[in-house]
Design a binder for this molecule. Sequence first.
Ligand code: BGC
Length: 860
Amino acid sequence: MKAHSRTFTLRKLPLFLVPVLALAQVPHRPATHKSASRSSKPAAHARAAAGAQSLTSPAVTRRVNELMSKLTFSQKVQLLSGYESMFTHPIPAQDLPAIKMSDASVGVRVWGPSTAYPASVALAATWDPALAYRAGRSVGRDARARGVNIVLGPGMDLTREPQCGRNFEYLGEDPTLAGRMAVAWVRGIQSQGVAACSKHYAGNEQETNRMTVNTIIGKRALEELYLAPFRDVIEEGHSMTIMPAYNKLNGLYCTASPYLLDTMLRQHWGFEGVAMSDWGAVHDTLGPLNAGLDLEMPGDRYFNRKAIDPLLSSGDLTVDTIDQHVRRLLRVMVAMGWLDRPQKIASIPLNDPTSAATALQEEREAIVLLKNKNGVLPLNRSRLHTIVVVGPNATPAITGGGGSSFTTPIVKPVSMLQAIRRAAGAGVKVIDLPYPLSLTPPHMWPPSPNQAPATLPPFTSQQTAEIRNADAVIACVGPRESEGVDRPFNMPGQQNQYLHEVGSLNPRTIVVVNAGSNVGMSPWIHQVSGLLYAWYPGENGNTAVADALFGRLNPSGKLPDSFEKHWKDAAAYGNYPGKNDTVNFKEGIYMGYRWFDSKHIAPRFPFGFGLSYTTFAIRHMSVADHGQGAGRVIDVNADVTNTGKRAGAEVVQLYVRPLNSSVERTFQQLRDFARVQLAPGQTRRVHLRLPWQAFAYYNTGHSDWEVPAGSYTLALGSSSRDIAATKNVSWTSTLKQPEFRPQFAEHATVTPPPSALLRSALHGAWRITQTTVGNQTSSTCNFDLDGNNLSGSCTGPTGQKQSIKGTASGDTATWVAHVHFGRRDLLLLYKAQAQSANSMKGTLQIPAYDVKGTFTGSRQ
Ligand code: BGC
């Protein structure tokens, strides 16, 4: 961008600036609780992103070094912020392209119509990580077809309460399930040369006041629940980017939290990629940059030269910090290959049949059958004459929830009414009773979850007769859910009363719900015979729902959440949505089924539950114990048999239950699962595996994971409350986490100490000779090093004496000179490396003039 201004720059450069006039550079690093080297883990993230080079490979580092040496300071600062909402800044002078982004939780939505996939919660309901990988791969291909580099997903906040308007974009209430599905999705995306952006990190479990709310979560619940899927997606999924959320976590905005961005993300999990803010989630320049936020999106409100320069000159911010942020972005760009090939692959069709097939398969596996009284389902076409279809979601097609994920389908979506007509065939009369109140579709913006308070008109006598005489009534209903706002527990628009009336006219009523989580069902659940959760089905998923109704498909999804009977039963009741802009997760680790099970409250439908048109048996559970201590692995095997008459899939779930634990534990935790497809009569053996972490809890006293000595029941079943077999194992002695993990501390950051060579050099008197745009001048400096802090003074050719302060860490020292030139305040940025105790060399930059220079130093 500055290429054209270079001539101007050279002519105008004030030559007197060449002397060294170093100014203070006090690192605004919060107190370090514990100076420590990294854990044995850090390379984990950098190591193995599928479809990309390692972020820290020597080849990537060399290329990044080259780019860094060419970039001017202004260009570096430009790289720290977004451009035109969905890009990073292009730097044409250095051949750096703009990095193109798109939301993609349920389809690549930003760049025109695209395959609209089912909601993420539907993917979670499949409990099928192999399918999640394929779904990610399809979205990755859709992204390549549109030249998109980064997709803004997956969403991994947990379903703490059903009201959260974005639950449909997330992966349920359990961290093991959410983490497993997210890891697979991210690997699929990144296998296509597209980076995933895991979001919203962290504590964004509600949309009410999401821009400002202070979420208070204790450290045990953070480690065991809310951060766990993010840890998995970084350590195992190698997500290249992550999105700090809008809200505050424990008092600090997520975008300015050293705990989130440095302690957990980089020190614990070894993240080497880019942390980019949610859109408009930055509120300051200094805090976020020092905490570890690399990229402000969507624009440069805070990450710009005007805001950054004074912070450099006051020493609150260091050049090194800016460089680290830029390096991270460059590393991702280089490692992903974005600098070496076009991102767009024109041969991938925009309307890719592979994507459509994947979207359909997701919905086919996601549908959860919750109630099937007297075998009302599947509907038997040969015995049906008339079906009545009612409810606001029958037509037009509902494909997704509202907000930034909403993807305009690339094909004309199929409505439930159309899908039912097709599946019913010509021999069945399908009567459509339009919903009497007007409800906007869920994806309307701004969202209106509370709409249509009007009273329901009574059915006409003809309608009453049609409902009463029908062989079956299919009621298509759901809340109005969208980003930016939460919705009530009960569905809006009098749907409860409507279902109550329809159900009392005809008990052969089957309810199909589109939602991201539970809804109030008390007024009607006992009056209807069937209940199917369809989530949001994407562009073609209603055909799968109709297939499930008519038995062409055997529903096999399982709930990724617990469904409470009443809102007052839930763990978050009384502590949601908070008061005075603060929400306190007082239930701690007792969230979802952990709450219902431990407090002996019966949910309406338990976590992991889902019926089928066939039956299964889980038998012959066996346990094989290998290794010891942290090397111990327990293999759990069992036979699963389809004991019914139809093909179907069962999800075998393995829960660990601490027995008489000496420390507070929840009743059970899901630790592994497997989905198996079985023909009638078929048996398959499933293999599940428990490492030591499956037994561990987070000990807040020691800030460490620990397996308390004692007995544990391994419970194997088809839901959290339908256990087929159990075995006990024990840990004879307590196991503490064998790896180093830094102290839990809100503000801990660790700056590596200066190298021995740098320490031997940075003291005493020096002569610094520098060359900038062909001019050479010298000055005399005195350096003094204390820990990471560099101080001293310099006297330039004009005789003016300036004190200097800076930072030294590893092999590099940096300091800033602040010079007044006429009415301008100019910065000179220095970066030095020692050759020996008596010589150093380095570079300097004068950002205002966009020029660079070099210098050498020799001991006096
Ligand atoms: C949402 C993010 C989304 C971003 C860009 C924000 O409002 O919270 O999830 O990726 O917008 O569309």
